[in-house]
Design a protein around this ligand. Structure first.
Ligand SMILES: Cc1ncc(C[n+]2csc(CCOP(=O)(O)OP(=O)(O)O)c2C)c(N)n1
Ligand code: SF4
Length: 243
């Protein structure tokens, strides 16, 4: 694998993140930082994070930042974009925020083809509140609220968010799924989503499969494998919509 080329600004502007050791969200955000630098959009950017572990990024980037409650980051960034169309707006949130409490916001933003970029972390649980069942929890996966594993007869199957919104998204939308374990692919998908917004084409959405070793109670190898094997087997990686 080729080494990534670090932006010159990176070393002097880097600071410790607030995530648990081994957290996939920290990787995803580091990759997002590279994408922002490579597209040279920091000065035009407004970054929004939600409640959940994503709120740990409220002071992570040296860009204008807004923090909201469960799923509300999407309409907040839609509003900002409507008020200031020249801004590049990112809504960063978890699967609980995007697919449960805030699902209506995601669905309506996709349906209206709002020209914002949504980046959603799928870590298959409600992480910040201690590891409860999320809409993305795999069948059989143990969580605090499903100690015997998710029972599909009771809770159904995990939601496939990108596929769901691709079914209602307008032409011009960009929708993809990647993992924070794969630096190059993740950066590529995030950059394409942001470029979609820069080009004024429409709604853009990237779901990132991401490790949560603390709530999964997995070691490093097990965490990496859970994403690359178990999750990627259920949630297919790649571009779901790019036209
Ligand atoms: C409106 C509202 N409902 C519930 C909560 C409690 N709450 C805070 S974080 C969280 C779970 C977040 O899970 P997710 O969106 O998947 O993000 P993660 O922590 O996994 O990154 C919940 C239920 C809240 N803060 N606001
Ligand atoms: S609880 Fe999970 S998602 Fe949240 S910071 Fe820790 S490892 Fe990351």
């Amino acid at each position: 694998m080729t080494e990534p080329v670090f932006p010159k600004s990176w070393k002097k502007e880097s600071k410790p993140h607030k995530f648990c050791p081994g957290c996939g969200q920290a990787l995803a955000l580091k990759i997002l930082g590279y994408a922002i630098d490579e597209l040279d959009i920091a000065k035009k950017l407004v970054y929004g994070c939600d409640i959940g572990c994503s709120l740990l990024t409220w002071d992570m980037f040296n860009v204008d930042t807004i923090q909201t409650h469960h799923g509300r980051v999407i309409p907040t960034m839609v509003g900002f974009k409507l008020a200031k169309p020249e801004a590049i707006t990112i809504a960063f949130l978890g699967d609980g925020g995007g697919y449960a409490i805030g699902a209506q916001h995601l669905v309506n933003a996709a349906m209206r083809n709002d020209k914002i970029t949504v980046i959603l972390i799928n870590n298959a649980n409600y992480a910040m509140t201690g590891g409860q069942l999320a809409p993305t929890t795999l069948v059989g996966q143990k969580t605090d609220t499903t100690p015997n594993g998710r029972d599909e007869a009771v809770f159904g199957n995990p939601i496939h968010g990108p596929e769901m919104i691709a079914a209602i998204a307008a032409p011009g939308a960009y929708i993809a799924r990647t993992t924070s374990n794969n630096f190059e692919d993740c950066k590529d998908k995030i950059k394409k989503a942001l470029q979609n917004q820069i080009d004024g084409k429409g709604f853009s959405f990237v779901e990132i499969l991401s490790m949560c070793p603390v709530n999964w109670k997995t070691n490093t190898v097990e965490s990496l494998e859970y994403v690359d094997k178990n999750m990627a087997n259920i949630f297919p990686l790649g571009e779901i919509k790019n036209d």
